[in-house]
Write a protein that binds this ligand. Structure first.
Ligand code: AG3
Length: 285
């Protein structure tokens, strides 16, 4: 919501964050949602969808690195990646930094988000949409995985919250579709909300994933503009070993990948799977 010179996030009823707006660069009701991109002195360029902050220039690296390098390096031999959502291109950029990745399909429902982010947040995709390994598909992610005949090594769901177009990406149906288009040793990771604020999303996702994956867990990272503490990422595969590698394995893979990160480190990778007791309790209930 734009109020005076400020943008108020409307995700939670009784609590929220507000940003001063230096300049609105783009605002419109797209075919799917309300999109706004504006400048803010603290966070740089900010993009929000349906009243919820999605990404900012200043802190995007934390989220994009954790949601990308953690599964790819835990897998160890990923060649084909599927991104669901991710219209700003930040995940795509990080995935393509891995030379061993041969192919990426990115499925985004809203072409306007891709176009406007290419224009106003060019450093998010940093040319990734032009990479010959990229296949961009504009369609509903749930439909895509339902009908997909291809197999992938890693699936990254970079969705909005489960309100509006993002809702489909938190359903059993979607998780089943993902399981079907993953190779046997594949890993699915998803944006799963801020656990302190949205604990029910963690427990619901755990329940919905369990019929389709023999191993599932969560990992986390604190992203300043996803207010309320740690953002939780869901993790699902058929092999618990993949989230229990020792530091030497992850360090060797990271060195081999030869990627310079600003947040991700092998130590943070391992530590991010350690969950607070209240989350463990909620999951055990
Ligand atoms: N999409 C996830 C934004 C989640 C915000 N939710 C929240 N604060 N509870 C980010 C898109 C970045 N590529």
């Amino acid at each position: 919501m734009v109020k005076g010179e400020r943008y108020l996030e409307t995700l939670y009823n009784s609590y929220g964050q507000s940003f001063s707006i230096d300049k609105v660069l783009f605002e419109s009701q797209t075919e799917h949602q309300h999109l706004i991109i504006f400048d803010n002195a603290q966070f740089g360029r900010v993009m929000a969808l349906d009243g919820v902050i999605q990404t900012t220039e200043k802190d995007e690296f934390i989220y994009h690195e954790m949601l990308t390098h953690t599964p790819i390096l835990a897998h160890g031999n990923a060649k084909r990646v599927l991104i669901i959502g991710g219209g700003d291109g930040g995940i795509l950029r990080e995935v393509l930094r891995h030379q061993r990745i041969e192919h990426v399909t990115m499925v985004e429902i809203d072409a306007s988000v891709v176009e406007m982010c290419k224009t106003y947040l060019p450093n998010h995709s940093a040319g990734a949409f032009d990479d010959p390994r990229t296949n961009l598909v504009i369609c509903d992610g749930r439909e895509f995985v339902r009908n997909c005949q291809d197999k992938f090594d890693v699936i990254i769901s970079d969705s909005t919250d489960p309100i509006g177009p993002g809702e489909a990406l938190f359903t059993s149906d979607f998780y089943q579709g993902c399981a079907n288009c993953l190779n046997d040793d594949g890993i699915l990771v998803t944006q799963n909300g801020v656990c302190f604020m949205q604990l029910d999303e963690v427990t619901t996702t755990a329940k919905r994933l369990s019929p389709y994956f023999s191993d599932q867990s969560f990992y986390k990272a604190a992203v300043p503009t996803y207010i309320g503490g740690d953002m939780t990422f869901a993790w699902a595969s058929h092999n618990p070993q993949q989230r229990q590698h020792n530091i030497d394995t992850i360090r060797a893979r990271f060195e081999q990948a030869n990627i310079r990160t600003r947040w991700y480190t092998p130590q943070l990778h391992l530590g991010s799977f350690a969950l607070p007791q209240y989350v463990l309790d909620a999951l055990a209930e």
